[in-house]
Design a protein around this ligand. Structure first.
Ligand code: S3P
Length: 207
């Protein structure tokens, strides 16, 4: 366990109590206009957890993939099929840079977005990144339910996922915070995020 993950020392109910004791208005103020940016592999829960986190903090929730789809007037699958991945990636960089200028908000990014050095630099400047870390079995169980992810539409989605996780996890680990996204109620993952954010912002403020 790294010191980025200390909130895992608490069990679910202790975590809930700790999260409830935090002054959320003060926490949002201490963000100083930065957006909370959720990163991590497909199926780690960025959108589901992000919506609930935004609601808890009274911030707007934005899903970068939905914004890309809106800007292109096409689904992510259609963009991959008609224009290819590099085209999607450059649109993704542009859309995320624009969204980061419109904070503070909770921003869920697509699983590949944080691989871009330019996007990581934008996020470091205007946001606070949180990696929702999830294990392979949990994520595979979730992504199997949907066919909206072009990178997994091939004969070996398990192998692809293993490779993507191995390639990307060292980069996701560069996020300011890491929170485990497990098979626990989403609200409990939100509790973990709130507690981790609070610790992080106090540490950075030196108090
Ligand atoms: C991708 C993840 C997807 C979407 C696109 C590519 C990736 O987003 O951006 O299919 O490279 O991991 P989610 O992580 O929200 O599924």
């Amino acid at each position: 366990m790294t010191d980025k993950e200390t909130s895992r020392d608490l069990d679910e109910s202790e975590l809930g109590l700790k999260a409830k004791s935090i002054d959320l208005t003060d926490l949002v103020q201490r963000l100083g206009g930065r957006s909370i940016v959720l990163v991590g592999i497909m199926g780690c829960g960025k959108s589901t957890v992000g919506k609930r986190l935004a609601q808890r903090l009274g911030l707007e929730f934005i899903d970068a993939d939905s914004e890309i789809e809106r800007a292109a007037n096409m689904t992510v699958s259609e963009i991959f099929a008609e224009h290819g991945e590099p085209y999607f990636r450059s649109g993704e960089e542009r859309v995320i840079a624009r969204l980061l200028g419109e904070g503070p908000q909770v921003l869920a990014t697509g699983g590949g977005a944080f691989m871009s050095e330019a996007t990581r630099a934008e996020i470091a400047q205007n946001g606070l990144s949180i990696w929702l870390k999830v294990d392979f079995d949990t994520v595979m169980a979730r992504v199997r339910r949907r066919s909206t992810r072009p990178l997994l539409q091939n004969p070996d989605p398990e192998g692809t996922m293993k490779r993507l996780m191995a390639d990307r996890e060292p980069i996701y680990a560069k996020a300011a915070l890491t929170v485990r996204s497990k098979e626990v109620p989403h609200e409990s993952v939100v509790d973990q995020i709130v507690v981790s954010l609070d610790n992080y912002l106090h540490q950075r403020a030196g108090d």
